[in-house]
Design a protein around this ligand. Structure first.
Ligand SMILES: NC(=O)c1ccc[n+]([C@@H]2O[C@H](COP(=O)([O-])OP(=O)(O)OC[C@H]3O[C@@H](n4cnc5c(N)ncnc54)[C@H](OP(=O)(O)O)[C@@H]3O)[C@@H](O)[C@H]2O)c1
Length: 254
């Protein structure tokens, strides 16, 4: 008997899945039975992840894509359909954060780059993938946001604005596509041990301060976000849409 978490027969596209959270998401979706498109800017790194999935009995292919380039985003969606037949699960995970500093010194170019890569690109992906999901009876879109979209910060304000916008994007798309059984949800991770956040956990003193302020007294692992994405993609989450699941060890409620 299939469990409500079973993804057998489903196909998934995961942006930024050569490492970190995206990799864990791709691996967990594959573990639950989905055929997965592993994607990032660097195809060799993606090939290693796809090979690992195949070694464990899963199915994975690679389509490289820089999410900031519309032609590459279009080619990702078209390539996934051509090679796997359909897209049932879309995970908008890749994001950029090129600047650290106060809002007062955030240059227009940096702001545009952040909003383009983190927000506009998610809208491109959704608009390209969702109509076909709808026509085929439904699907699940998962957008990786951040608790930086829920709180004010002194150093990553532009990034926080982009992550807050993703909550609104998910709600709008959930309303627009709910009648066609396409669900759209966000995950808002706290600090997770990946390259992206290395500056925040590599420094011992900083890590200790963060850990002390976290009810679970630790930072997160990529696999802990992978499991949430698999849940949101699965029939177990069939009545959840337009939501945001915070996974931060309790930081934002303490
Ligand atoms: N780590 C955290 O603490 C944390 C907390 C909250 C939210 N998040 C969010 O989680 C998501 C993943 O972050 P992560 O921590 O897993 O980062 P990561 O370990 O640095 O991995 C980033 C992934 O995205 C790819 N990537 C980077 N720029 C890209 C681009 N322009 N186009 C396509 N792919 C690109 C990278 O591969 P290539 O270099 O090969 O392109 C890599 O596969 C992001 O949305 C981030 O905002 C992270």
């Amino acid at each position: 008997m299939p469990t409500p978490f079973d993804l057998t027969g489903k196909t998934a596209v995961v942006t930024g899945s050569s490492r970190g959270i995206g990799r864990a998401i791709a691996e967990t979706l594959a573990l639950m039975g989905a055929r997965v498109v592993v994607s990032s800017r660097k195809s060799e790194a993606c090939e290693l992840v796809a090979a690992g999935i195949r070694e464990r009995g899963g199915e994975a292919i690679v389509i490289p894509c820089n999410i900031s380039r519309k032609d590459e985003v279009e080619a990702l969606v078209a390539g996934a359909r051509a090679r796997l037949g359909s897209i049932d699960i879309l995970v908008c995970n890749a994001a950029v954060n090129p600047v650290f500093g106060p809002m007062a010194s955030l240059a227009d170019e940096a702001f545009d780059k952040i909003m383009g890569a983190n927000v506009k690109s998610a809208l491109w992906l959704c608009n390209l993938a969702i109509p076909d999901m709808a026509a085929r009876g439904g699907g699940s879109v998962i957008i990786v946001s951040s608790i930086a979209g829920l709180r004010g910060t002194e150093m990553i304000g532009g990034y926080g604005i982009s992550k807050a916008a993703l909550f609104a994007l998910a709600r709008n798309l959930a309303v627009e596509w709910g009648p066609k059984n396409v669900r759209v949800n966000c995950i808002a991770p706290g600090l997770i041990r990946t390259d992206f956040a290395r500056a925040l956990w590599e420094d011992e003193a900083r890590l200790e301060k963060r850990t002390a302020a976290t009810p679970l007294r630790r930072i997160g692992q990529p696999e802990e976000i992978g499991a949430i994405a698999a849940f949101l993609a699965s029939p177990a989450a069939s009545f959840i849409t337009g939501q945001m699941i915070v996974a931060d060890g309790g930081v934002t409620i303490a």
